[in-house]
Design a binder for this molecule. Sequence first.
Ligand code: ATP
Ligand code: MG
Length: 276
Amino acid sequence: MIKLENIRKSFGEKVVLQDVTAEMEAGKTNLIIGASGSGKTVLMKCMVGLVKPDSGRVLYNGQDFTAMNDKEKKGIRQEIGMLFQGSALFDSMTVEQNVMFPLDMFSMGNYKEKQKRVAECLDRVNLSDAAKKFPAEISGGMKKRVGIARAIVLNPKYLFCDEPNSGLDPQTSLVIDKLISELTKEFNITTVINTHDMNTVMESGDHIIYMYQGLKQWEGTNKEIVFAKDEKLNDFIFASEFLRDAKEMRQMEMFQDQNWRSKLPANKKEDPGTGA
Ligand SMILES: Nc1ncnc2c1ncn2[C@@H]1O[C@H](COP(=O)(O)OP(=O)(O)OP(=O)(O)O)[C@@H](O)[C@H]1O
Ligand SMILES: [Mg+2]
């Protein structure tokens, strides 16, 4: 689990993060959503140590990452997998060599063991047939899957993905989301995803943090989001008439589901059809 405590960050006069406190839970896809410039990437960079917060703490399983020396930080970094925006593959290396790269950097095993691990990971993302190809020879969705294989090759405890669906069609995006969700549950990874993608929010939002101008404005699940009253969140998520209609339909469905209804807080049990 990763805990953020009172994270603040400014660049010069510009305040980018204002006192953010949150928990990223293990075995869940923790989503950070919010408009462009709301501070999602800077928050993620604070978590992995690429940006130093002005104040506040980042705790990995109770250990204060922000107070660690370089050697201790390296220990945590070895447990982190990252999927970068645009995949960031090495163009001159084959798919297989790209996935091998972190093993060569950090792992002690012999070549045969490393090769076996690379084959396992490529199989897991359904890319065994593309092992010998170069990035220029494969599609954007395949590149993301290579990125995922590379991010999980060292068995990370923590997985960070910044906009994993950027540039992908909706169907390929769903494949990527499903893969990340499955891996998260299978290996009990603490996964943090920055996203703009509403399909991701609705399908994989176990835990959603909505950022607004550097503040955590709202927090909840994809089930709670359809009943959320926060105006800024609603304007952001349900921006079009089509999505507002979809929200109402989802509310009706959930309202009819007695199991879900019994879990709603008392003030949200009113019939959504009455304009609540
Ligand atoms: N190194 C930096 N120096 C100065 N300002 C920065 C730096 N990094 C980020 N910022 C500013 O911090 C703010 C938040 O940026 P951030 O990249 O976190 O936004 P974001 O929510 O990830 O947006 P997007 O959805 O477009 O990726 C922006 O105003 C940006 O200009
Ligand atoms: Mg960003």
